[in-house]
Design a protein around this ligand. Structure first.
Ligand code: HEM
Length: 554
């Protein structure tokens, strides 16, 4: 018993003839149809006859002589997401820049939860819908991360030898994903606590001097140096000496990594034919990348114990014998005795260092921004920290459990990550024509971005979304629940989610605890704070803060 099913416009190419006689229930049939037409959500499928009536039983399907339309919602056909009209050459560039984040929100409120934009010839779909984001991040038969695709925002830094920059389909992904996450587990981060604390405290001399001289600082520039100082210590056990004076510039590896990421982002915003030019940003990305690799390789030669014993993944205490992430990656062995090939060790060292400090420096800057801009939080944090530290003084090292046991600090950081999410363009590629919740058709090969800053402020999912309110996180388990729903994913989710989130959260909590215990910050920004729309993460450009050394620290 052959029936013809179709999606979208009648008479279009998207139709399929299916013998419905083997099916014993409508549910069974709709699951099969969902699979054939690549519906992300197999549960909500409407069958509609040519008069627009809902066909709700298998018997009705068998008896109708009509073509049958498939929809996700009762009254709307499957369609491509809408979006603003495109101008020749530039597309929607001026609808998006310079305030991309504000403009995404504006476009979502105009066009709905999925929008199509074209920037300099590159089409990208965006969503602020948590349910759609969950499907995108799943790494299943419909969506994956393919940085080697020229339209992927990370195309210019795609490197098939490391996490973050590789395709999920690349041969490097599985071994990297086996060896790298153990270096960022709670147990591993607990082992690195003294390094994190020492690197954090290295800023004190410079901050004391700045406090003394009453000079305001550009917060991002200091957090950029601090976050990289910490990550470099944990990943390569090297002291970058970023705070020998108040004016010490970022060290060469960090300057190069910063330049690399900046060039990469700029290149990704240019028309695609720019990549063929022998000069310009795209060409320079490659040169800078090689310099970064050389520097990291050099640093690795000092921190890796080449003659040290192998460290087995099956031994939960093995990491405690490693000096740093690079040392562990070099010496780690799986149960077959296999290690990570050297190229992948190097690639993953560069990737974790780069992914680690760019994001963290942004988060730290926004954390200080939240301290000074949202009244009451700095005082509450100080009280909590004093309560924990008590008479132990500032020289004692925070333990992993202690730093994570401070409830208000935890809520505060969660709220900073919600309202000032550093990540804003986690992109996935459609493996085939796919139909997303809401009935949006995403053509095969398209890039779809889950816009975390917009998802985290989506009024349909958050009460008072624009209010900075750490107390919303007081309810135990809320973050995990919102994470499962897709409405709170500052570290993305699924198979390509952040592997460094434990380290990131621990590091940022140690820094905030240490700084708030010793200093008081106040806003000294002369102008409204703006973020950099041409960088890989959302970072404040002109946020200034004054620092006062606390007198009342016990
Ligand atoms: C505030 C801090 C951080 C934020 C907001 C953050 C966010 C993210 C996000 C959104 C992704 C997914 C990217 C994508 O799919 O394109 C990611 C991936 C990743 N992150 Fe983080 N991250 C942070 C800190 C760190 C740290 C400290 C490390 C390690 C030192 C790290 C290592 C990685 C790696 C290796 C990946 C790639 C995972 C993969 O390819 O499967 N991140 N991060």
């Amino acid at each position: 018993m052959q029936k013809e099913f179709y999606i979208g416009a009648k008479g279009g190419e998207d139709s399929h003839t299916l013998d419905v006689s083997p099916f014993t229930s409508l549910e069974q049939l709709t699951r099969a149809l969902a699979d054939i037409f690549a519906f992300a959500d197999t549960r909500s499928l409407w069958l509609i006859d040519q008069q627009g009536n809902h066909i709700s039983t298998l018997k009705d399907v068998q008896e109708t002589n009509d073509l049958i339309e498939l929809r996700v919602t009762r009254y709307e056909s499957i369609r491509e997401p809408p979006g603003p009209r495109s101008l020749p050459f530039v597309g929607n560039h001026y609808e998006l820049y310079p305030d991309v984040l504000g403009n995404y929100d504006r476009l979502f409120s105009l066009y709905g939860p999925m929008i199509k934009t074209v920037n300099m010839g590159t089409t990208i779909f965006h969503t602020n819908d948590p349910e759609i984001a969950r499907h995108l991040l799943r790494e299943d038969k419909l969506f994956t991360k393919t940085t080697s695709d020229v339209t992927h925002p990370l195309y210019y830094m795609n490197d098939q030898d490391a996490l973050f920059t590789c395709d999920t389909a690349s041969p490097a992904f599985a071994p990297s994903h086996k060896f790298v996450p153990p270096t960022m587990s709670p147990r591993a981060v607990a082992h690195f606590m003294p390094l994190i604390q020492e690197a954090t405290q290295s800023i004190f001399t410079a901050f004391d001097e700045l406090a003394e001289s009453d000079r305001a600082i550009n917060v991002y520039q200091y957090m950029f140096k601090l976050a990289s100082q910490i990550i470099w210590r944990v990943v390569l056990n090297q002291d970058l000496k970023h705070f020998e004076s108040t004016k010490t510039p970022p060290s060469l590896p960090i300057r190069l990594l910063g330049q690399y990421l900046s060039l990469m982002k700029k290149a990704s915003l240019q028309p695609q034919w720019f990549k063929y030019l022998p000069f310009g940003d795209a060409a320079k990305v490659k040169q800078v990348r090689q310099q970064v690799l050389d520097i990291c390789e050099d640093a690795m030669s000092s921190c890796i114990k080449k003659d040290g014993p192998p460290l087995y993944l099956s031994d939960p205490t093995a990491l405690q014998s490693a000096t740093c992430v690079a040392d562990f990656l070099y010496r780690a062995r799986d149960k077959e005795g296999q290690g990570l090939p050297y190229d992948l060790v190097l690639g993953n060292v560069v990737s974790t260092a780069g992914a680690g400090f760019t994001t963290s420096s942004s988060l730290l800057s926004w954390a200080i921004y939240a301290l000074v801009r949202y009244p009451g939080n700095q005082e509450r944090l100080f009280e909590e920290i004093v309560g924990h530290r008590g008479g132990n003084g500032i020289d004692n090292c925070w333990t992993y459990d202690e730093i994570h046991s401070m409830k208000f600090l935890d809520c505060f950081i969660k709220e900073v990550l919600r309202l000032h999410s550093p990540s804003f363009q986690t992109a996935r590629n459609a493996k085939k024509d796919a139909i997303l919740p809401g009935g949006y058709l995403i053509p095969k090969g398209s890039i779809v971005i889950a816009c975390f800053p917009s998802i985290h402020k989506n009024p349909a999912h958050w009460e008072n979304p624009l209010r900075f309110d750490p107390d919303r996180w007081m309810e135990e388990g809320l973050a995990a629940q919102m994470g499962r729903q897709g409405s709170y994913t500052p570290f993305a989710a699924g198979g390509r989610g952040c592997v460094g989130f434990n380290l990131a959260l621990t590091q940022v909590k140690v820094v905030v605890a240490e700084l708030v215990y010793r200093y008081e910050f106040e806003d000294s920004s002369p102008e409204p704070v703006v973020y950099d729309p041409e960088f890989l993460v959302v970072r404040p450009l002109n946020f200034y803060a004054g620092i006062t050394r606390r007198k009342e620290s016990p």
